[in-house]
Design a protein around this ligand. Structure first.
Ligand code: SF4
Length: 328
């Protein structure tokens, strides 16, 4: 059955507000109908250019607008990226995500990122990048270089967006997602909870994601990690059940998408993470750091997977690695 993309806000609100255990049960049923229930996809995220970002995302340590004490780093070399990708592969990751703190890549950056995609792809890993806004030609060139996924989060609801970011608009985000889709790339797009938004905003975010013409293949649901020096540093922590509700509703609305636990996971207990998996999360970032925020390390994850009996999904070979001409 084709996943629906005509969800109404009322339907989503109804799903979101049902008793917690009913919601979890429903989400787990949807999950089992679409995925191997005990399998988890693991990605690794590497920052290829850190800090001094001209954007003003209020949650981000990398924004040049705030004094988060983050040490900015220039672009790292392609050789270093390839080394990190090899380590990620050896520790079980099937996808390698490369992120740069840019508003958008400049033309002078394109040869650098294109070479990186080719080299990481040649290791047999799926590739993902998050570089900010893209124009149509940049998206096409990334696709031609072998990029599999492009990450571009909607962050929050359309209504709340301007409270969090003023240097770009919600429609700018949607335009980039459109270029990414038109180029034939897979989409990774989700948001962050705990930004001071209300429940209607979480429902609004889920509504935007689940009514895109094609659902994102990957939907990261982050929990704010408050960073000293940023405007959201002192925000009261959102109750973890609201995060798990958001994950569960995402699973029901987008049954074929991988729902990913991202930032904020390192502050969760094993049992909270198990609840998130029960709610339908089936993907996560592994590694000591998520760009600049702390994350559960690979060893900690292996221990948790063993405890819960979760199997790590293997990278699927691409068409070119199977020796068949690309059809897309
Ligand atoms: S979230 Fe991305 S775009 Fe926003 S300030 Fe941080 S690095 Fe820049």
């Amino acid at each position: 059955m084709q996943p629906r993309n005509d969800w109404t806000r009322e339907e989503i609100q109804h799903l979101y507000e049902q008793p917690f255990l009913d919601l979890l049960f429903q989400a787990q049923q949807v999950h089992r109908a679409h995925f191997q229930p005990n399998q988890i996809q693991v990605s690794t995220l590497l920052s290829i250019k850190t800090g001094k970002c001209p954007e003003d995302c209020k949650y981000c340590s990398q924004s040049a607008h705030y004094d988060s004490q983050l040490e900015a780093e220039r672009r790292i070399t392609v050789e270093k990226v390839v080394q990190e990708a090899q380590i990620a592969k050896a520790s079980g990751s099937s996808r390698f995500c490369m992120g740069a703190a840019w508003r958008n890549p400049h033309e002078r950056d394109m040869p650098y990122v294109l070479e990186m995609v080719k080299e990481v792809k040649a290791l047999g890993l799926e590739t993902c990048m998050t570089l900010g806004m893209l124009n149509a030609s940049q998206a096409e060139r990334l696709k031609d270089a072998g990029l599999d996924y492009y990450n571009h989060n909607l962050d929050t609801s359309r209504e709340y967006y301007s409270h969090i970011i003023s240097t770009r608009s919600f429609d700018d985000r949607l335009n980039t997602l459109d270029h990414v889709r038109q180029a034939g790339l897979k989409v990774c797009s989700g948001g962050i909870v705990g930004l001071g938004e209300n429940q209607q905003d979480r429902i609004g975010l889920l509504h935007e994601l689940s009514t895109l013409p094609i659902h994102p293949e990957s939907v990261p649901i982050n929990m704010l990690v408050p960073i000293a020096g940023t405007p959201l540093a002192e925000l009261e922590r959102l109750d973890v059940t609201e995060w798990i509700r958001t994950i569960a509703v995402a699973r029901i609305l987008m049954p074929n998408s991988y729902i990913r636990l991202s930032a904020g996971r390192e502050s969760l207990s094993d049992s909270d993470q198990a609840l998130a998996f029960m709610a339908g999360a089936n993907s996560l970032f592994s590694g000591e750091k998520l760009l600049t925020t702390p994350n559960a390390g690979a060893g900690q994850d292996q221990r948790l997977f063993k405890k819960l009996g979760l199997q790590v999904e293997k990278a699927r070979p691409s068409i070119s690695q199977l020796g068949i001409d690309a059809m897309a």
